[in-house]
Write a new protein. Structure first.
Length: 153
């Protein structure tokens, strides 16, 4: 199947995709701030430059886009039919890099929370209070090293 855009239009569209300060990330930050959490953003000295860093609780939060980070079982994730080899290589590279970054954070004593885009937006999103409650419980209780929150979790 051919692309519906010419190369120039596709390039402009892809360049406009943001890596930080996305709508789901900004929403989550506002909700955490309302509940009294204070955080740092995109700390460059930590592996993977986490979206939200809660130093007091030694916890980092990644707000992952379901497509770009290969959220298996999610309706937002599907490998494009065109240029399939490129996309498989690109997305598996993202997934492997995420795993390495999470492992490096765990080795240095950080807890990792991964909030998937589908938990925040769309028809199957979680109730905001439930989502924030789950994150808050994890941050304060520090019960698990890694937790993932998405529509299928």
């Amino acid at each position: 199947m051919a692309d519906v855009h010419d190369r120039k239009t596709r390039s402009r569209n892809m360049a406009a995709i943001k890596g930080k300060d996305t709508k789901p990330e900004v929403w989550l930050r506002k909700e955490l701030f309302k509940r009294g959490f204070r955080y740092r953003l995109h700390r460059k000295d930590l592996p993977g430059k986490p979206d939200i860093v809660l130093p007091r609780f030694k916890t980092v939060i990644f707000v992952n886009g379901c497509f770009w980070h290969c959220h298996e079982g999610c309706h937002y994730f599907r490998i494009p039919a065109s240029n399939k080899d490129f996309w498989i290589h690109k997305l598996s590279g993202n997934k492997n890099r995420d795993r390495k970054n999470h492992a490096a954070l765990l080795e240095t004593g950080w807890k990792v929370i991964i909030v998937w885009e589908c938990a925040i937006k769309g028809a199957k999103k979680k109730e905001p209070d439930d989502l924030i409650g789950k994150i808050t419980t994890q941050v304060i209780a520090n019960s698990e090293d890694v937790i993932e929150i998405g529509e299928v979790d």
